[in-house]
Design a protein around this ligand. Structure first.
Ligand SMILES: [Zn+2]
Length: 231
């Protein structure tokens, strides 16, 4: 899953103006950033299945980025950082919970789509996956619905968002959705694992920066009213 994760980040950001969109887009994509880093390090693997030309999905060996146990650890670490105010979500319980929800949602969303499944514990442990990628049209429809729903909630929560930032945000989100649909339906040659890994890292970083720029609400301490907007 890709743009579906962005939809979840958008929806969580809509819960409060203190919850910066960029942070929550990055948190929703965190497990894929870790996957990219671990593939580059040689700790995790991307597998091109024999029927890729017709099935159009990849398989992974990724217990440290996408295992349930690992996800709980990454979720706890992110929540701890958020509670201190380091992640531009305010600070305290609300910040910790929204950061935790963004990271943990990634595992749930991926379980729905992945065919090979996500490990519960470490390497070689049982895997869970509902395999929606087996019917790619439905998988992509789910992702688009999540994205559109999240974007709708986000825009409704930010009525004062400058028009230019809103337009750029929507254009980029629409663009990445179209790119994902085209690439996932087309199949074709799969880039080298290192290229895929770098792509996951760079696109998450770019979307985080875009989100921080597009949603310029200043963070404020828990309990105080939302801070003012940048010009
Ligand atoms: Zn993932």
């Amino acid at each position: 899953m890709f743009v579906g994760h962005l939809g979840v980040g958008l929806a969580l950001s809509a819960r409060s103006r203190r919850f910066r969109l960029g942070t929550l887009l990055g948190a929703a994509l965190l497990l894929d950033v870790l996957l990219g880093a671990f593939v580059l390090a040689g700790w995790e693997r991307v597998i091109v299945p024999p029927d890729f030309a017709t099935a159009h999905y990849l398989e992974f060996v990724f217990p440290y980025s996408h295992g349930l146990l690992a996800t709980l650890v990454w979720t706890a670490v992110t929540a701890a950082l958020a509670s201190t105010g380091l992640l531009l979500l305010g600070r305290g319980r609300a910040a910790a919970w929204v950061a935790a929800a963004a990271v943990a949602s990634h595992w749930v969303c991926d379980v729905i789509e992945h065919v090979r499944g996500l490990p519960l514990l470490g390497p070689g442990s049982p895997r869970v996956g509902l395999g929606l990628w087996g019917t790619m049209g439905w998988a992509l429809l789910l992702e688009v619905l999540l994205l559109v729903g999240g974007a709708g909630l986000f825009l409704r929560s930010r009525p004062g968002l400058p028009r230019g930032r809103r337009t750029v945000l929507l254009l980029v989100l629409g663009g990445v959705a179209v790119l994902q649909i085209v690439s996932q339906l087309a199949g074709g040659e799969v880039p080298a694992a290192r290229v895929l890994a770098l792509t996951w890292i760079v696109q998450a970083a770019a979307l985080t920066v875009l989100g921080l720029w597009a949603d310029p609400v200043l963070s404020s301490p828990a309990g105080s009213p939302p801070a003012g907007r940048l010009p």
